[in-house]
Design a binder for this molecule. Structure first.
Ligand code: ADP
Ligand code: MG
Length: 716
């Protein structure tokens, strides 16, 4: 086997003649040994421009090449690294035109394995050449049973073992980097080794000694050296942990400083906090008693707004936990103190819903509510804006456009953001740039996992509503194959006969709003003519005019409709207590959080409620989602599962998620470190808010270098 004696000079390449020059992490990569002009361009494609970038170009996986797996020992299904000699290579013709399969037979002395490549006919020449020279190759892939022939490997990554004089690619744990076409792993390894040799000395330890000690962290230089060329897997894990710690810690220090600066420097409005009056107002509005969790959240708000510093609070609560009343309490505090309050919703339909609810609650006690949405016609909108500008309207409800530009407030004291987790740290900061600093209350539409809360809303104080109003019966959720639809609709009919109402959510069409609307229309027609001919069926989708939508909603609420067929426009906020059944067609197309959000439309009244997921879930992911939905009603649990299944980007909705990009940290894998670094960072900032102690100088510098850190310090 092509394995030589191990070498251990990694990162200690003898300094060259320029060693007397001071190296900086800002040095351009082309001056790193072995890069050159061609390499510079290729590395640029990977986002690598400086020596520092190169040091932080972290392997995406590692191969243990100290002992290769014997081909004869390969088990079907496993991912493994083997090494062997090419003994045959051939392009196979297939019955389908323009479809090439390349098969390569590799033998390591214990057995032969067949490598299978699709659509890469050019590989044949390369492998024939390798076979001719008799050199060994290293192959990583997944083992598969190949008929009666040799075991096969799929999803292959491979490289040729040239004379590995520097010992970077054999007989050790070998890094595999994110790469781009035209640059081989072997070359990347050489370059990484070179930059460690020339520039590791330029890395300064940003973490204070006390933190290193307390959290048992490897020093910065050792961590970088070992993350590229680990001596063993335990050391690798320690190195990774150290680097993730640093990355998360810098973020948390930034967030902590942001929060500290706000509470010491920024002036906010001081609200009167007559809790007696507040209680009286709330009691006169609703027949029910607030839950303990609602009261605690309101207490938190009262404590915030009486300090004279701007409130920045996040309210998290599951669907139906009663967040609206908490928002109403905050708005009452503003209005009773002579200020205006704005409520921003993610969509127009939800803004309209909110306006209806708020009017019902607030107008009887003499507080006018203005709806200011884009779709109102010119005159009406102007009139609404005038009322807001003059201070006639104490409360304005609208979409995010409300705060963005044209609307002038007379005396805005509070902004409530009812959101679909889109408003990240920096977006919220922009809000403050409007000159004044209103109190801000953010309400998430669905629970989000703790790790994400700490990242996305890490500068906010948090109140959690972890209690549903009393008397709620848990929603019974069942998963049925689509072939069961006739039975499901028959069962629905029985409930309709008892006076209940039902929602039917139509399959998700991602291509366009138009197609989505068409699908909803067809489903409604099908239900009306084939399934429930003697019932009154309504339709709601995103392409309807606001008036039509309003009218449909009103009729459903007034029980003039038995069944509402709808797209996900009913996902947010719609509240009809008598609706106790929901059927979700093709439920496997929806994400977990979305299903949970949809389901939250039922179970709002005194009746037992049902949610039926019609789904022929084919993938593992889809089956898991259906099981989770059937098993739990706990929104926080569902959010955790959803995050695990989809990852943070998808979970939050990729566009504008507001999430910082991490070079090594992974919010799912490293979720415990976010907690640990947050506590460490907040206590450090408490002891030294401006990072002026000598032992915090390097930390301050490092913070300025990271993008988010910089913005957190400088935008205010
Ligand atoms: P969320 O916005 O958190 O999803 P809502 O504020 O829309 O929930 O409240 C859901 C429903 O529960 C509403 O019909 C509301 O009137 C009702 N509700 C809120 N708080 C209570 C309570 N303490 N007791 C009984 N019902 C409540
Ligand atoms: Mg709500």
């Amino acid at each position: 086997m092509a394995v030589r004696t191990p070498t251990s000079h990694i990162g200690t390449t003898a300094p060259d003649s320029r060693s007397s020059m001071r190296r900086s992490l800002e040095d351009e990569v082309q001056y790193v040994k072995g890069v050159g002009p061609g390499g510079t361009q290729l590395l640029g494609k990977l986002g690598i421009h400086t020596a520092g970038d190169l040091l932080h170009h972290i392997p995406r996986r590692y191969e243990d090449r100290t002992s290769f797996r014997r081909i004869s020992d390969l088990r079907v299904g496993e991912f493994a690294t083997i090494s062997g000699r090419v003994v045959a290579a051939d392009n196979q013709s297939t019955s389908r035109r323009n479809f090439a399969i390349t098969k390569v037979l590799v033998d390591d002395g214990t057995a032969a394995a067949q490598l299978v490549f699709f659509q890469q006919p050019f590989l044949l020449k390369q492998f024939q050449e390798i076979q001719r020279t008799g050199r060994w190759i290293v192959v990583y892939g997944q083992a598969k049973r190949g008929g009666y022939g040799p075991i096969e490997l799929e999803r292959i990554e491979w490289e040729e073992l040239n004379d590995d004089t520097d010992g970077l690619s054999t007989n050790r744990i070998v890094p595999i980097y994110p790469a781009t076409e035209g640059i081989r792993q072997e070359r990347l390894r050489k370059i990484a080794d070179a930059v460690l040799g020339s520039h590791l000395e330029a890395v300064q330890e940003p973490l204070p000694p006390s933190i290193l000690l307390k959290h048992k962290l490897m020093d910065a230089r050792s961590a970088l050296r070992n993350v590229h060329f680990p001596s063993d897997f335990a050391t690798l894990r320690a190195a990774q942990r150290r680097l993730v710690f640093e990355e998360f810690f810098l973020l948390q220090v930034g967030l902590a400083r942001r929060r500290a600066a706000r509470s010491t420097e920024e002036k906010g409005y001081q609200f009167l906090s007559d809790t007696g009056q507040l209680r009286q107002d709330l009691n006169s509005m609703v027949p029910f008693e607030l839950t303990g969790a609602q009261k605690r959240a309101i207490d938190d708000i009262v404590a915030d707004v009486r300090t004279g510093r701007p409130m920045n609070r996040l309210i998290q609560g599951d669907v139906g936990s009663g967040k609206t009343m908490v928002a109403v309490a905050a708005m009452l505090l503003a209005v009773r103190s002579g200020f205006q309050a704005a409520l921003m919703a993610p969509t127009e339909i939800l803004a309209q819903q909110h306006a209806i609810v708020l009017r019902q609650l607030l107008e009887p006690i003499g507080i006018p509510v203005e709806l200011a949405t884009g779709s109102k016609n010119g005159k009406a909108r102007q009139f609404a804006y005038q009322n807001i500008a003059s201070g006639m309207s104490s409360i304005a409800v609208g979409t995010h456009a409300l705060i963005q530009d044209e609307v002038q407030f007379h005396r805005l004291g509070l902004v409530v953001i009812d959101e679909q987790h889109r408003f990240g740290v920096l977006q919220r900061q922009a809000l403050h740039k409007k000159g004044d600093t209103p109190h801000v209350l953010v309400m998430t539409a669905t629970p989000i996992p703790r790790t994400l809360t700490m990242t996305l809303y890490g500068d906010l104080d948090t109140s959690i509503i972890d209690e549903l109003p009393p008397g709620r019966k848990p929603i019974k959720t069942h998963w049925k194959p689509s072939s069961d639809a006739p039975n499901v609709y028959r069962a629905m009919q029985k409930l309709l006969d008892r006076g209940r109402q039902a929602y039917v959510v139509c399959p998700l069409v991602e291509e366009s709003e138009k197609l989505q609307a068409k699908a909803a229309t067809q489903l409604a027609e099908h239900i009306q003519s084939d399934l429930l001919p003697s019932y009154r069926i309504g339709l709601l989708h995103g392409q309807m005019k606001p008036d039509e939508k309003d009218d449909t909603m009103r009729r459903f609420k007034a029980r003039e409709l038995d069944v509402l067929v709808a797209t996900t426009v009913i996902e947010v906020g719609i509240d009809v207590a008598n609706a106790s059944v929901m059927v979700i067609e093709d439920a496997e197309r929806f994400g977990l959080s979305q299903l949970h959000q949809l389901r939250g439309r039922v179970g709002r009244g005194e009746h037992a409620s049902y949610c039926i997921l019609l789904a022929d879930a084919k993938s593992d992911g889809a089956r898991t989602r259906m099981h989770v939905m059937a098993e739990t009603n706990d929104g926080f649990k569902i959010a955790e599962e959803d995050l695990k299944l989809r990852g943070p980007g998808e979970f939050l909705g990729t566009k504008q998620s507001g999430l910082p990009e991490f070079y090594i940290g992974d919010l799912i894998r490293d979720n415990d470190l976010m907690d640990e670094t947050r506590r460490a960072a907040f206590s450090l900032v408490e002891s030294d808010p401006n990072l002026i102690k000598p032992e915090h100088q390097r930390l301050q510098k490092a913070l300025e270098r990271t993008k988010l850190g910089y913005e957190l310090i400088h935008v205010s």
